[in-house]
Ligand binder design. Sequence first.
Ligand code: B16
Ligand code: MG
Length: 217
Amino acid sequence: DIKACLFDLDGVLVDTAKYHYLAWKRLANEMGFDFTEQDNERLKGVSRVRSLEILLEIGGKELTDKEKELAAYRKNEWYVEYVDAMGADEVLDGVIPFLEELKSKNILIGLGSASKNAQKILEKVKIDRIFDVVIDGNMVSKAKPDPEVFLNGAIALGVEPQNCVVFEDAEAGVEAARRAGMRSVGIGEPETLRLADIVLPSMAKVSLDMLVDIGQE
Ligand code: B16
Ligand code: MG
């Protein structure tokens, strides 16, 4: 049975990808190349450092380690400006009622995000207090698809992996869930989230009954 639900942040609870995009685009433009929304798809669920490497590859640019550090820092400053302007209305449809349903059934709620800004974002959109544990990009050494972020969440909650369900929009995140020995709900397209136990187009379609079904497999 299900004792805990672990949520990815960007693409599941909020759409911060659009702000990441604007900040990366600004950096790319300053360096003299364009960065499209399609390019941005490659950065979803990927760490900040790795995102920068992909961006530089797209632009055909090479930077020294020192320059990379500065570029990532500046991108984050711009990104955080957008985050600071976020409000409770940016929580994606279906999320709040579902979290409340989990709470009422005493199912534990955890966050497993690659973002180092996760805590701030949860506070801005006013859902931080619903979480029993938050594991973010500051607390893990290995990025998804490594299962570390979700395993740390399960340990912190005192729940076995087989009693956890992960909600993820990124292929690497679904793979991380599987490698952690957890079930997963993919949020997005079935073609890109093949490893998920079920795929839904958005959190608006999620329900506890549906989880019970996958929990009994
Ligand atoms: P930060 P998630 C990820 O969030 C984003 O999808 C990804 O685009 C971003 O680069 C990463 O967080 C790191 O974010 O720069 O704030 O540390 O989907 O794992 O919640
Ligand atoms: Mg995500």
